[in-house]
Design a protein around this ligand. Structure first.
Ligand code: TPP
Ligand code: MG
Length: 344
């Protein structure tokens, strides 16, 4: 993702340049892509993709994927490497050098626009932490071959939008399957597979509470992973869907205690210590980077309970809707898209 031609993830909370490029393309060559609802903005035209106005060449080794979500103009059943080798050889043979200057200039403009919009928030220190700082500090501390295991929920949206994976297989996601606890427990598997590389799980307070037994397994088998609990005291991704769909009302998704509705969660650090895992609670953004460095260096199971602001939402650059899918303007981006027919 450090290559200048890599634009980041596309879809609901993808990067703005990726969605702009996707929805404005003349032709898309998709190699091993599934066009699931999250990456395709629930298939609503003009958000992430603009088929059939855009021509689609879909390459996959699994015939079931071709035409499953979008009918391709050309479907090619092939191994990705073989297809790319043959394509490159053919371009070479034909001496084809299409001009991409204007397209690359457009992309540079979208990148600059996105940077201007998001970058200032990365410098804000606050308590509870702003989400951008959690991502930025992880990015600064993790070595390029370190493995980040994303769980499900708001934290995943932020990592999709801003994480730059520097090597293959360094960012593990459950994508649309989205099983809560995937990150917290998947980290153990990743560490067993790659014992010499740091492994950090970024997991919501709700996700972690689904699989707290990972603490015991890590101690029992001596698996030195770090859990960063993205603690926003609720199932905030679900809360936000409720707020959006039910006129600002929410039920049962924020964790409270007592008559005055004090935010509630278990003391995750104490919970970890009870299982024999070292732990720290981080409430101020200034403390996070050092705590993460310390936890990785400790080279033993380590938990950081990090308090993150539930009221800062990831910028919406695409869309995601439960059916029926109404047509709405995304918050950021989407001005004029040729031929994008509004969904009724
Ligand atoms: C096993 C399972 N149950 C329910 C869901 C639906 N779901 C998706 S995100 C979410 C809440 C996640 O809460 P948390 O881990 O605290 O993350 P947050 O959204 O607050 O960042 C739920 C209930 C799911 N994806 N997986
Ligand atoms: Mg939460």
């Amino acid at each position: 993702m450090t290559d200048p031609l890599s634009l980041g993830f596309i879809g609901r909370n993808g990067a703005f340049p990726a969605n702009e490029a996707g929805r404005r393309s003349d032709v898309v060559i998709a190699i091993g892509g599934r066009f699931d609802d999250r990456s395709a903005s629930s298939w609503m035209p003009g958000y992430s993709w603009n088929f059939p106005h855009t021509k689609l060449i879909h390459v996959d080794v699994d015939p079931a994927e071709l035409g499953r979500n979008y009918p391709p103009d050309l479907g090619i059943l092939a191994d990705a490497r073989t297809f790319l080798r043959q394509l490159l050889a053919e371009l070479e043979r034909r001496g084809a050098r299409p001009s991409t200057k204007e397209w690359l200039a457009d992309i540079a403009k979208w990148r600059a626009e996105w940077e201007t919009f998001v970058r200032p928030n990365f410098d804000i220190h606050a308590s509870p932490m702003r989400p951008e700082r959690v991502v930025a500090d992880c990015q600064a501390v993790m070595p390029p071959d370190g493995i980040i295991c994303c769980d499900v929920g708001v934290s995943h949206n932020w990592y999709m939008q801003f994480w730059n994976a520097r090597q293959p297989q360094c960012m593990l996601n459950s994508w649309g399957f989205s099983g809560m606890g995937f990150g917290a427990s998947g980290a153990l598997g990743a560490k067993l597979a790659a014992p010499d590389r740091p492994v950090v799980a970024v997991t919501g307070d709700g996700c972690f509470t689904m699989v707290p037994h990972v603490l015991c397994t890590a101690v029992e088998y001596d698996i030195p992973v770090v859990w960063v609990i993205w603690n926003n005291f609720g199932w905030v991704s679900i809360r936000d869907i409720q707020l959006g769909m039910f006129g600002g009302r929410e039920y049962g998704t924020m964790f409270h205690q007592g008559a005055n509705k004090k935010p509630f969660n278990p003391d995750f650090a104490a919970w970890a210590r009870a299982a024999g895992v070292e732990a720290l609670t981080v409430t101020k953004s200034e403390d996070f980077r050092g705590a993460l460095e310390h936890a990785i260096k400790a080279n033993k199971p380590f938990l950081l309970d990090v308090h993150v602001d539930a009221e800062v939402r990831p910028p919406s650059t695409g869309a995601w809707e439960l059916p029926p899918t109404p047509y709405k303007e995304p918050v950021f981006g989407q001005r004029f898209i040729p031929d994008a027919a509004p969904v009724k």
